[in-house]
Ligand binder design. Structure first.
Ligand SMILES: Cc1cc2nc3c(=O)[nH]c(=O)nc-3n(C[C@H](O)[C@H](O)[C@H](O)COP(=O)(O)OP(=O)(O)OC[C@H]3O[C@@H](n4cnc5c(N)ncnc54)[C@H](O)[C@@H]3O)c2cc1C
Length: 392
């Protein structure tokens, strides 16, 4: 490891790898570090992604695709189903990934583009000089080091500290952090063609439960609820109840726990010499919790802006804000809408959720996406969804 690079990327998830690859492919000198000894492990994800959006970044590969679905089914608390087809199911279904292999494949692409990758290397602080972030301190296999760079990029996920160390307020309220638990379950009879989502205060208060097929009689079954609902309900207990009740012969091969930011993006995603991407910038979807594609999209934009800023010799906050601007133009409105819908849905009683599902029972969803579904819900339930009327 050298003492100086053009860019240091902290974190080797989807955000980090795409950012690092984008910058290195322009010939710049990039270091990407990962605190764990293995990229992609342990998994903290339900591993659902939309096909088309994924293909913008990487060609699908059977080595990291565990299942391919045709659509999704959403179940109201009383069991009323709403079915969406494959092409239109929104951002979170299409493939169920094997993220252990997927994250590593992304990091491999970054490495092949010229990125220096260092695992078991944890950022422990940022170096600030003259108000600019000029590098990081890092612990590399038991040895503390100072590493300098023109730009530091925090891609360090939900637990991100890089932004806070640089003076950006990254605080999340309990209601803005969904707490998730998931089992990789086998020996169950489920359709491998559909992702399923279950709503209801008994199943997942303020959140939802998912069943994502993972091939050969197995699935990721998990749920996430707002941190403010966790004092009364432990996600793992709710999940165990659901799995034991529905799949009495099931076997659990893996347990996943983790948090998803559902606050919507940070007000500030850049500082002098610093950029934040992915969960570190709170770019995951507040309604669904999906963050893989959002992280990759942001990584591409951030990477391109970083290259130009370095070429121009100007890494000031004002220059790097171009990333923030482009990102908000492309994704800001969608995430704002998701946040408003989430904030309305978390206050709903089960009866209201049932009424919403009944109200669209006659609708043909074969050509309609989640946005279309929400438009119809708002039109058919104007009183209940009054606060959302201007968004759709
Ligand atoms: C239970 C659960 C289910 C989910 N399901 C889905 C889903 O189905 N679909 C979807 O799209 N999204 C899902 N998400 C969200 C998704 O996992 C994240 O949005 C996505 O991983 C964000 O990518 P990232 O690169 O920003 O962060 P991460 O993937 O979290 O990567 C950050 C990396 O930074 C490393 N790191 C942290 N601190 C340091 C440090 N100081 N030094 C060095 N390295 C560091 C971490 O070890 C990690 O490898 C889910 C999340 C959870 C918790």
């Amino acid at each position: 490891m050298k003492e100086e690079y053009d860019v240091i990327v902290v974190g080797s998830g989807p955000a980090g790898s795409i950012t690092a690859k984008t910058i290195a492919s322009h010939g710049l000198d990039v270091l990407m570090i990962e605190k764990r000894q293995e990229i992609g492990d342990p998994v903290r994800c339900a591993e659902g992604v939309a096909k088309l959006q994924l293909k913008r970044h990487i060609e699908p590969d059977t080595r990291w695709i565990a299942a391919e679905v045709k659509g999704s089914r959403i179940f109201a608390p009383d069991g009323t189903p709403v079915e969406l087809s494959e092409d239109v199911s929104g951002a979170e279904v299409g493939y169920t990934l094997e993220r252990k292999i997927f994250d590593r494949a992304l990091a491999n692409e970054a490495a092949l583009a010229g990125v220096e990758v260092r695992v078991k290397t944890r950022a422990t602080g940022v170096i600030i000089e003259g108000g600019y972030v000029r590098g990081i301190t890092a612990m590399h296999i038991g040895e503390e080091r100072e590493i300098r760079a023109k730009i530091v990029i925090g891609a360090d996920g939900v637990e991100s500290k890089i932004g806070r160390w640089a003076g950006i307020d990254t605080t999340l309220q309990p209601s803005e952090l969904e707490s998730g638990a998931q089992f990789l379950v086998t020996n169950i009879d489920i359709s491998q063609d559909f992702c399923e989502f279950y709503l209801g205060n008994a199943i997942a208060p303020t959140g939802y439960l998912w069943v994502f097929p993972k091939g050969e009689r197995s699935a990721n079954i998990g749920l996430a609820i707002g941190g403010d609902a966790c004092s009364k309900n432990r996600p793992i207990d709710l999940l165990r109840d659901f799995v034991e009740t529905r799949y009495d012969d099931s076997r659990i091969l893996e347990i996943v726990v983790g948090g998803v930011p559902t606050s919507g993006p940070l007000d500030e995603m850049v500082a002098d010499g610093l950029m934040l991407v992915g969960d570190a910038a709170r770019q995951s979807d507040p309604l669904t919790g999906g963050g893989i594609i959002n992280a990759m999209d942001a990584g591409k934009i951030a990477g391109e802006v970083a290259v130009h800023a370095i070429e121009e010799g100007n890494v000031s906050k004002a220059r790097l804000r171009e990333y923030d601007t482009i990102w908000r133009e492309k994704h800001g409105k969608r995430l704002k809408r998701s946040l408003a819908v989430k904030n309305r849905f978390v206050t709903m009683a089960d009866d209201d959720l049932n009424k919403l599902a009944y109200s669209v029972k006659d609708v043909d969803f074969s050509t309609m996406d989640v946005f279309g579904l929400l438009v119809i819900l708002v039109r058919r339930n104007p009183k209940m969804l009054w606060s959302l009327r201007k968004l759709f």
